[in-house]
Each structure stands twice: as structure tokens, then as C-alpha cells.
Design a binder for this molecule. Sequence first.
Ligand code: 6CS
Length: 340
Amino acid sequence: MAFTVNIKQLTLGAALALAAMGSASAAEWKFAVEESPGDVQTLYAEEFKRIIEKRTGGKTTVTVYTYGQLGNENDLTELTAGGAIQFSNASPGHLGTFVPEVQVLSLPFLLPESDAAKAKVLSSSPALYDSLAKDFASKGLKLFTVYPEGEMVWTTKKAVRKPEDLGDVKFRVMTSPILIEQFKLYGANPVALPWGEVYSGLQMNVIQAQVNPPFFIESAKFHEVTTHLIYPGDVEYTTTVVANADFWNGLSDQDKTMLKEVRDELQTFIIAKQKEKNAAALEKMKKDNPKLEVIKLTDAEREVFRKRVEPLNAKLVEMVGGRSGKILEQLKADAAAAAK
Ligand code: 6CS
């Protein structure tokens, strides 16, 4: 007997799902993140999975891989550019050797301070989505989105209020070259490492400090092997989500439209979520370790660090060359316009 469906007999939900199934091509997408279960990137990818599977009535499925399942941060970018996986997080802190121009996003004291203006720049700045996106494309990557994960906080083994306090500190940074330059200017002795090596490095005293947003410090337990949390107020952790460019270019217009809608929906979701998680993590760390000393640099102390990194923008342009100067100027203009 031929299978027939009387549309009137379907529930509204089932009818909508059936309609959606007809409009999207069947597929299995792999999405790898740089973080652990429960972390910000993982929550984003899981929400992406939930929405995509719902909107396509299960015809497109998404498998989420957390840190270490497919490799470290740099491995994920290679897997995405090579087409082995369709989506991944590629944070500017680690992407600097592959897409050097992305390091503009790691520059301290550049993005607007207000949450709303920062969100506007990260979600829609032409410097990112028109200009920087071309550099991603030249490496086989589609820049899907950029979102914030929280203020960068230092965990150290002593109080730090001025560059001189960092003189003898081996300071772990992510693997993008500009971060080495930043922390040299701050007066520290920077060391680039994948994050999987940071806890043991701090424990063995091979390194004495690292920098990350509070939710990540709490999740990776870096506060167990350091004694101070320093809030320098210099830069936001940002991440990009990238897709394989050929995969993206091969999608139907309908799928591209769906993905752009999902992207916009997720932007609101993740900006609120990371804020909530960062606030909760600070409280949890203070509770876990009542001796943990939390230092927020005063405006005057912060200004000393800001002055130290004044040469950094020019250094980036000198290191990267190409279109980096233009992108930086554009990003500054977008930031100024958003802050108005
Ligand atoms: O410090 C790192 O390397 C890691 N930090 C965060 C917040 N996400 C992933 C990244 O690889």
C-alpha cells in the first residue's frame, strides 16, 4: 500500500516538522569546540544543535565534539579548513598563525567597554564580517559568527598591580603571536601553550600565571593552583565560529538563510549565558577557596598597563602586514560608532 499522509490528521507540530524536512537537505554536521562540557562554547554548540535539528525536523543532525575529542585548538581549525568537520570554534587567541589578521580581536583596550556596544561590534561590524571574513575565506573558512566569552582575568601566585610585579612571572598565553608581544610589553615572561597543559604547568610551577575568563578558570580549576585573581580590565575573550568554506558555499539558499537566522538567535542567547556563567564562577571560586585574593586594578593602575601596550597596534600591523592595518582602522571606527 502506498504511504499517504492526510495533512489534516497531523498535529500542527508534526506538520511544521514535515514542512521543514522538505525544505532542508539531509545532512550530518560535526561541530567541534575548544572547551569542556558545560563551558560557554559547548553550550553554544548544543543550542545550535537543538535549534538546527528542530528546524529541520531532524533531517539535519549535529554532533558536538568537546575539547580533546578531535584534538587541540589548532587541530580543530585544520580539520575545519580541510573539510573533515563542518563547524568549529576558532578563537583569535589561537588562530593567529593560521589567519594572522584575526589578531586585531586580541588587541587590548580596543573594543568598546559597554556590553551593548561590544555585542554590536562583535555581531555586525563590517570590519569583521565584510573585511576580516575575506582573510578567513582565503584559508578555506567561512566566518560564521564572533561572540564574547567574558573579561580576561589573570590567575597568579602573588599580588600584581604594576608591570614590575610581573618581572619574574612565566605567564601562559594562548598560541597567537600578538599575545606574546602584549605580555612582554606588560613586563612578564610569556609562554604560549594549549590550555590542556596549563593546570599541570601551574601545579609544577613551570608557569606562574595564566589568563582566561572566570567561567573557564573555574571550569579548568586553575584557581586551585594559583592564589590571586587579577581583573586588569584590558580585553574581552572573543571567539569565532567558523564553517568549512566549500561546505558553506555548497549549501542551498534556504539553508544559508536558516543558518543566518539561527546565528542571530544564538547571539542573544550566548551573550546572556556567558555573563551569567562568569558571575556565578567568581562566586563559586571565592566559596571554594576563601583565601583566594581578588584584585581589581584601579583606573590609575590600569592606565599604566594601557600605556605599556600603546605600541602593540603598530606592532601587529608590522608583524602581519597585508590588509591588517586597514582592518584595524575599520574596527576602531566600528567600535567608535557602536559606542556612540
Ligand atoms: O585558554 C585557552 O586556551 C582556552 N580558553 C577559553 C576561554 N576557551 C578555549 C581556549 O582554547
